[in-house]
Design a binder for this molecule. Sequence first.
Ligand SMILES: [Zn+2]
Length: 250
Amino acid sequence: MKFNLIFYFFLIGLVFGSFFNVVGFRIPIQSFFRHHRSHCPSCDKQLSWQDLIPVLSYLRLKGKCRYCHTSISIIYPFVELFTGSLFAYSFYIFGLTLELFTALLLISLFSIIFVSDMAYMHIPDKVLLVFFILFLVLRMLQPIISWSNAFLGGISGIVLIGAIILLSNGGMGAGDMKLFGIIGFIMEVEGLMVTFFLAVISGALLSIILMLSGKASRSHPIPFAPFIIFGSLTSFFYGDRILIWYIAFF
Ligand SMILES: [Zn+2]
């Protein structure tokens, strides 16, 4: 029975992921409400339902538009699979609890931000604001952490990244700072610190690899949101274990 439900969550996640692609690609260019139906960004042809089945349409069309044969971004199927598998995993871990909704909201926020940051190197304020309000409502329904710890975590996230922006002039932006504010609000100071270290370490490692292989340079920075997302989800699901390991090690 539980396996069936896990599979349903996977399917629901695929459909939501497909919607998050639309939000992430359209909100930063202000075209979310202009087009009611999905269309090819290259030839503008309206897409039918057969072109919009998560992952399967991409595979069947071999990653190209049916009409103009322009390549479709790999971001689309990736985000669908990312959302689907993490929705399923969250249900597997938390079952039908309010904590599950925190996980689903966090994954939803990250899916949209991933798309926007990869496509435009931009984290839209509107998306952050809407999710912050949703998280506030969820915290009122489920006060598992104290409000003071939540706000302390949020302020710590903003101050930490704000200081880095001032000291490094570049590298991270205002969007990253606000995102860390939300992460701190959800995961308190401990979760925030684990997120920060994982994001910085993974980001630095990949930057070094890309620079050595000539695929990136200092003048062409890579989007940082994917590393924040990696760090944050790892911290959310395994933060306690990482802290125990860290304390035991040092
Ligand atoms: Zn096309």
